[in-house]
Design a protein around this ligand. Sequence first.
Ligand SMILES: Cc1cc2nc3c(=O)[nH]c(=O)nc-3n(C[C@H](O)[C@H](O)[C@H](O)COP(=O)(O)OP(=O)(O)OC[C@H]3O[C@@H](n4cnc5c(N)ncnc54)[C@H](O)[C@@H]3O)c2cc1C
Length: 417
Amino acid sequence: MRSQVIERLTTVVIGAGHAGLAASHFLSDRSIDHVVLERGEVANSWRRERWDSLRLLTPNWLSRLPGLRYEGQDPDGYMTVGEVTELIERFAAASRAPVRSGTNVTSVRRTDDGYRVTTTGGEIRCRTVVIASGACNQPSVPQFAGDVPASVEQFTPFDYRDPAKLPDGGVLVVGASATGVQLAAEIKRSGRPVTLSVGEHVRLPRLYRGRDVLWWMDASGVWDQRYDELDDLTRARRLPSPQLVGTPERSTLDLNALTALGVELVGRWAMVRDGRALFSGGLRNVFSLADLKMNRLLDSFDEWALTSGRDAEFDSPERFAPTLVPAAAPLQLDLGSGEIAAIVWATGFRPGYGWLDVPVLDAKGQLRHDGGVVDSPGLYVLGLPVLRRRKSTFIYGIEDDAREVIDHLARYLAARG
Ligand SMILES: Cc1cc2nc3c(=O)[nH]c(=O)nc-3n(C[C@H](O)[C@H](O)[C@H](O)COP(=O)(O)OP(=O)(O)OC[C@H]3O[C@@H](n4cnc5c(N)ncnc54)[C@H](O)[C@@H]3O)c2cc1C
C-alpha cells in the first residue's frame, strides 16, 4: 500500500483571479506560508468565461492592484479581455504568488485545528482558508428557461462569443444591466432584430461634467462607503451592474441609446405559458425609477463638487433626457413563431460552492460572512459584491479589502499562537 503524503501549510487560497492573488500579496507581506490553488490558469475567468468584444467598463487608471499602477499611454481607455489577462498575469509575477495551476479544489472540510482541503493534486491540511473562487462562476438563468421551445437556441454570457455564432433571425436579450445592454447593442449592430427585456436597472451616463462617471464615484467617496455603514446592505449586494460600456468613443449606452439603434424594449420576462414569453407591463415606472436614482446620484456629485470647493474645475451640471417609453411595448411574444431564433440570458451570475463542505451557506446559497470573515473560524472570503465597500466588486476595490481581511487572518493566527 502506498502511504498518502499530506501537505501542511498555514493558509490555502482558492482561486488565482485578482482577488486570490491580492490575498497572496498580503500573506507574503506578513510572511505567512501559503499556496494559491487554481483549477485552470491565472486569470482563468477572463480567459474562458468572457465574450470576444468585452472591454472593462472601468477606465484604465482605475485598474490598479496592490503595488501595480496603470502606467500606459491611455489612462482614460478601457482594457480588452486580453489586456486584463495580461494585467493579472503581471500582478501574479510581480508578487511572486505561489500559484499551483491545474489544481481543482474538490472539498474543504473542518478539522480540529483548521481545514482539510482536497484537490485533484492531493490533500492539504491548513489552519486558514481564503475563498477567492469568484462571485460569477455560473450564469444565473431563470427556471422557466426550461419551458422555452427547443426551436429557439439559448445562450448565456459564458457560451456567447460574438454575433456571428448566433443563428440567423431575431434575438431576445434578457436583462438590461451591463452585460445585457452591451450584448443587445453588439447583436443589433450585426444586423439582427433585437428585443431587450428590461427589469430593474441602474442607468448612468458614461461622462458627467467632462469626467468619467466612475471618476465621480471614486472622488466623491461613493465607492468608499463601507458595508457596515449602508442602510440596506442586502440590497446593495444585489444591485445590478450599471448600464455602462467601455469604448474608445466613451459613449453612453443607456436605453435611449439602444432605442436609437433600433432595439425594441419589453418589460421584465415573468414566465413562459404555452410557448409564449409573457412580459410585465409598467415600463414607465421602471424607467422613471432608474432616471430618478441617476439624477439623485448626479445631485450628490454636484453637491460634493461645491462642498469640496472644486466646482469650477468641471463643466456645468447637466441632466439627461428621461428614458423614452415605447408607445406600445408588447406584453407577449410567441416563441414558436420563428420570429425569435435565439435567446441570450444576461440575467446575472452566481458563485459556485459545490466543493465547500462547511455549513456556511444561507438558504440562497450565499456565504454567511461579515466583511469577508466567514462564519467558521479561520475561513475567509474575498471578491464578493460590497464585501467591505461599494467598490469591492471591481478590480480596483480589492486592495483595501484584501489588506483588511488578511490583517484579520494574521490576528486570528497570532491569537492562537
Ligand atoms: C462580464 C463581467 C464583466 C466585468 N467587468 C468588470 C469591469 O469592467 N471592471 C471591474 O473592475 N470588474 C469587472 N468585473 C468584476 C470582477 O472584476 C470579475 O468578476 C473578476 O473576475 C473577479 O475576480 P475574482 O478574483 O474575485 O474572481 P475570478 O476572476 O472569477 O477568479 C476566481 C478563480 O477561482 C478559480 N476557481 C473557482 N473554483 C475553483 C476551485 N474549486 N478550485 C480551484 N480554483 C477554482 C477560477 O478558475 C478562477 O480563476 C466583471 C465581471 C464580469 C462577470
